[in-house]
Design a protein around this ligand. Structure first.
Ligand code: HEC
Ligand code: HEC
Length: 385
């Protein structure tokens, strides 16, 4: 029986496959640091969008792309796996039964991963379509789901890749190449599928457009008007606070510490880190009221939620930079960075956080400045000394 070259994977399937791989890798590489949350979210949405397309294509797509074409029962998987051990190797033009199961699981876990990601984004960050719908606490639970499913999916990807390689060897077919070219050498009668060039190109164009929408802001950003991918809530501001506290350093927004910390700070205002604030009684009254009304307990931002949850109730820290949450977020930053001329102090938040003045401390809004060679450079008004 002469083998024929047959188009098995249409272009949309191949493009879906490789873009899915790329978005998964991108999401994986960007998940550690909140500096890259915008990249992570972009990768996540792309991943989700690609999966949704694949669901449709599994119903309306070409022959081998249809789910019905590779919906094998457990028995067929068993028979197939047994055939791998020697007895009458079975050959499939599209997915083999074991591969088909891997693919259904990959798509299923991928969807759970995407949805849990949206829940985390809505909860922990109060961003995306579920902002305000999911609470910070629920967001933290979804984070557990999101992380576990990501690991499961990674394990499944390994199984899938191992399967592809072993099948390639067993059947002397380059399956990875087939996922690029779309064609396979097939013995016997087998229909070739249409390529669907236009749809394939449309997917790529849509993704590029989505990338432009997601990251275009960086192109027009300037030092004075930085691009903030995530907008935090508009926090209440107070002119007296800005003036009095902003005289020596950044006027830290009250959402960064619990109310009891601010009360203590004003009670001890004559020994404020070796300074005497010398605030009049009515000013103290105004500032205390503002601080209490906007303290961490209000949980207006992720930082506030973390602060009120992690600072023990019998403690009233005066330093944001000595709280467990703050230290946890910054422990990877080297001493040499803190010593940089354009940073100098840990409390000089606005050297790195572009939204420090707003008090929101959103993800992807921080950038560690390069060491400056100019000794007089002062990146912020909040420089101590
Ligand atoms: C006269 C100068 C001065 C004024 C005015 C002032 N501070 Fe401070 N503040 C300091 C100094 C000095 C430090 C210690 C900075 C350091 O070690 O980096 C400090 C530190 C702080 C910290 C701790 C920062 C950290 O490391 O987490 C907070 C919070 C703070 N100030 C709040 C306020 C508030 C609120 C006001 C307004 C009511 C205020 N400060 C006004 C001088 C001042
Ligand atoms: C040297 C630069 C630098 C300074 C100064 C700095 N930060 Fe950060 N901060 C970072 C970086 C970088 C991250 C991201 C850490 C990560 O996730 O990898 C971060 C993360 C955070 C986060 C968590 C953001 C999130 O959504 O996950 C908060 C809140 C925060 N910083 C608050 C502060 C406050 C308040 C100050 C000042 C008292 C401050 N930072 C000073 C660099 C800095």
């Amino acid at each position: 029986m002469a083998a024929r070259k047959v188009m098995v994977w249409d272009l949309p399937v191949r493009i879906f496959h490789w873009l899915l791989v790329m978005s998964f890798v991108m999401a994986w590489l960007s998940h550690e640091s909140s500096r890259y949350l915008d990249v992570h979210v972009f990768a996540g949405y792309s991943f989700f969008g690609l999966l949704l397309f694949r669901l449709l294509w599994g119903v309306f797509g070409t022959h081998y792309a249809r789910f019905a074409e590779f919906a094998y029962g457990p028995k067929e998987v068993f028979v197939y796996l047994k055939s791998l051990l020697g007895k009458g190797l079975q050959s499939y033009v599209g997915h083999n039964p074991a591969g088909a199961w891997a693919i259904f699981l990959l798509i299923g876990f991928g969807l759970v991963l995407s949805v849990s990601g949206l829940m985390v984004l809505g909860g922990e960050e109060q961003q995306g379509p579920l902002a305000g719908v999911v609470s910070f606490d629920q967001g933290a639970l979804w984070m557990e789901v999101h992380e576990s499913v990501a690991l499961l999916l990674l394990a499944l990807v390994c199984v899938h890749v191992l399967g592809v390689f072993s099948e390639s060897i067993m059947h002397k077919q380059n399956l990875v190449g087939a996922m690029f070219r779309g064609t396979k050498w097939v013995a016997g009668e087998s229909a070739t599928v249409p390529v669907h060039h236009l749809l394939g190109i449309a997917i790529v164009v849509a993704l590029i457009a989505w990338g432009a929408v997601s990251f275009g802001g960086y192109l027009t950003a300037t030092a004075d008007k930085p691009y903030l991918p995530f907008k935090g809530p508009q926090l209440a501001m107070n002119d007296t606070w800005q003036e009095e506290c902003g005289a020596c350093h950044l006027a830290f927004h009250p959402n960064l510490l619990p109310a009891r910390s601010w009360q203590r700070m004003f009670a001890e205002q004559d020994q404020h880190f070796d300074e005497d604030l010398m605030l009049d009684e009515d000013v103290v009254t105004e500032l205390t009221a503002y601080a209490i009304a906007n303290a961490a307990e209000q949980q207006k931002t992720e930082a506030a939620w973390e602060m009120q949850r992690t600072i023990s109730k019998d403690q009233s820290p005066l330093r944001i930079t000595e709280t467990a949450y703050w230290r946890d977020q910054h422990h990877e930053i080297q001493d040499s960075v803190w010593a940089q001329n354009n940073i100098k102090s840990k409390s000089n938040c606005n050297a790195c956080h572009m939204d420090a003045d707003l008090g929101t401390f959103e993800d992807a809004a921080m950038k560690i400045p390069k060491p400056s060679t100019n000794p007089t450079t002062n990146s912020s008004k909040g420089e101590m000394q």
